[in-house]
Design a protein around this ligand. Structure first.
Ligand code: S3P
Length: 165
């Protein structure tokens, strides 16, 4: 089984923190988006453009269930806990689920110029804040640990996670 799972909005630090946490624990880092990209052989942008979001979401759900059985630290996608069945999997897993929180300002700063996230491309600050607000409950419900990543170094966040898991 995976040791810990990271959830949170795009730009909250899931991949950066997940990689560092896995390094510290000397175990593999599993990135759900990367698993999907490897499986389909297309980028996230291409999957959204050619097959649509619904197709991406069904792949995401399928890959999430499979990833649970592997060994390592799992970084999910920003939309993963929104699907009720994914959320149930996370809640019932018995695995520590860390919600990495970030403010809209910090997210926008971190993702400035990013071209790899199709949903981020469609959001201005107001819409991003609204989507974050809409998803907050899903992240909160899924999580066993909650941490703000605003103005913190990844090493500091990893240190806090290691004390809590
Ligand atoms: C998404 C977040 C992305 C990726 C896809 C959709 C979302 O993952 O799964 O672009 O709906 O928030 P990151 O949170 O790793 O950027």
């Amino acid at each position: 089984m995976v040791h810990s799972i990271l959830v949170g909005f795009m730009g909250s630090g899931k991949t950066t923190v997940g990689q560092l946490l896995a390094e510290r624990l000397n175990c593999p880092h599993l990135d759900l988006d990367a698993l999907i990209v490897a499986r389909v052989g297309k980028s996230i942008n291409q999957i959204f453009a050619e097959h649509g979001e619904a197709y991406f979401r069904s792949l995401e759900a399928e890959m999430l269930a499979g990833a649970f059985k592997r060994e390592g630290i799992l970084s999910t996608g920003g939309g993963t806990p929104v699907r009720p069945s994914n959320r149930r999997l996370l809640i019932n897993s018995g695995i520590p689920v860390v919600y990495l929180k970030a403010s809209p300002e910090v997210i926008i700063n971190r993702l400035h110029g990013d071209q790899s996230r199709p949903i981020f491309q469609t959001l201005d600050k107001k819409k991003l804040t609204q989507l974050l607000h809409e998803r907050e409950n899903a992240y909160e419900q899924s999580a066993t640990i909650r941490l703000s990543t605003d103005h913190k170094e990844p090493s500091e966040i990893v240190h806090t996670i290691l004390k809590s898991i």
